[in-house]
Design a protein around this ligand. Structure first.
Ligand SMILES: Cc1ncc(COP(=O)(O)O)c(C=O)c1O
Length: 380
């Protein structure tokens, strides 16, 4: 027993030696200026969401009481799924308790080699989120990783394996959470269809911010039945949870074969009703989206003017790539000393040599907030 604990302790010491030890931050009870969150549309504190949760709680209870397949299916879950499918242009949708769970549970099931009759060829963007990797690991699927956003490289790999009689699956985020750059979803889907591949797109960071009505980069694309659009309720929707928008066959398959769906209690009706309310608000937030993206552009220009590197960001997520974990931590601490909260992101979350501050902008930030942030960054 002691030996096990000493090994954990040694692992922690090893992380600390490399500047990679993680700590929970202090709760932000002092109302500090916060660029460390993902509440991109500033909805987490909107009274409408809280009221929707209270109303649903009174009607359906605080908890769902079981798996959707047992006692956990409420009209709140079904209403939200109907709305997601309608707005994403898919036949159906299915909700989960977290985005991480959604990816792990869905990808594991979709890559199942017993169902597919052979080990699938999995083509994955190099910078996909950890939860997508977990889905692949659970399915024991080897990933053929293409250079970040490089669809020529993806096509090269698809062609290279064209002769193999194995099912094909492409995995990508649409807005990448650590870099704030975007995939061309229409081109990805085109490639997928031409090569007979299933396309799985994670819209965690695009939902709420992009798309004609704010429903993500997939919203502007007529989705093929072989495209699965995943998203989260935890970021711009301001609540928690995840979903997939997909064909009826995929939904029925997940309901029957995804362990993470079958063996987990359904999300609370409080959460689902609040997320649905946020979803309903999105089309009315065009002005907020424009303001958010304009402030992100101003921040990037300001960073470049002072010689700092915002990478390839074109969205509301703006990294400041600093290199070493020590530089990233020092920058975070210096900003914290000025009452500004940011995230320092280090390997293995991002590649070696690209440790960074990750600045998550929100529609609730003001021009003055950006000025304050830039002034603080200038002092680094
Ligand atoms: C791209 C991506 N997918 C999925 C997730 C997991 O979502 P959740 O936080 O809702 O579990 C995250 C979380 O940061 C993410 O960045």
């Amino acid at each position: 027993m002691t030996d096990v604990l000493s090994r954990y302790e040694a692992a922690l010491t090893g992380l600390a030696d490399k500047g990679l030890l993680r700590h929970l931050p202090h709760p932000n009870t002092a109302g500090l200026l916060d660029f460390s969150g993902n509440d991109y549309m500033g909805l987490a504190h909107r009274p409408e969401l809280v009221d929707a949760a209270i109303k649903a709680g009174r009607k359906y209870g605080a908890g769902s009481t079981g798996s959707r397949l047992l006692s956990g299916n409420t009209p709140a879950h079904e209403a939200f799924e109907t709305r997601i499918a309608a707005d994403k242009g898919t036949e159906t949708a299915l909700v989960f308790s977290s985005g991480y769970q959604t990816n792990a549970a869905c990808i594991a099931a979709l890559l199942d080699k017993h169902t597919l009759g052979a080990e699938p060829l999995v083509f994955a963007d190099k910078l996909n989120h950890a939860s997508m990797h977990l889905g692949c690991t659970l399915a024991e699927a080897h990933q053929l990783r293409y250079r970040h956003l490089d669809l020529n490289h993806l096509e090269e790999l698809l062609r290279k394996h064209a002769g193999e009689d194995r099912p094909r699956v492409i995995l990508s985020e649409s807005v990448f959470g650590m870099d704030g750059d975007r995939a061309d979803v229409a081109a990805l889907q085109d490639l997928a269809v031409r090569h007979g591949a299933l396309l799985y797109v994670d819209e965690a960071h695009a939902t709420g911010v992009f798309g004609p009505h704010g429903y993500g980069l997939c919203e502007a694309v007529e989705l093929a039945p072989t495209t699965v659009a995943m998203g989260t309720m935890s970021k711009a929707l301001g609540v928690s949870g995840g979903y997939v928008a997909c064909s009826r066959i995929v939904r029925d398959y997940l309901i029957n074969k995804s362990g993470g769906f079958i063996f987990s209690t359904a999300p609370s009706p409080l959460v689902v009703a609040a997320a649905l309310r946020a979803w309903e608000l999105l089309p009315g937030l065009d002005a907020e989206r424009r303001g958010l993206l304009a402030r992100a552009e101003r921040l990037r220009a300001g960073l470049r003017d002072m010689g700092l590197n915002p990478g390839a960001s074109t969205t509301h997520i703006v990294p400041v790539i600093l290199g070493t974990p020590e530089r990233a931590m020092a920058a975070k601490d210096a900003l914290a000393a000025r009452d500004i909260l940011t995230s320092a992101v280090r390997p293995p979350t991002v590649p070696q040599g690209t440790s960074r501050l990750r600045l998550g902008l929100s529609a609730a930030h003001t021009d003055e907030d950006i000025s304050r942030l830039l002034a603080a960054l200038a002092g680094l």
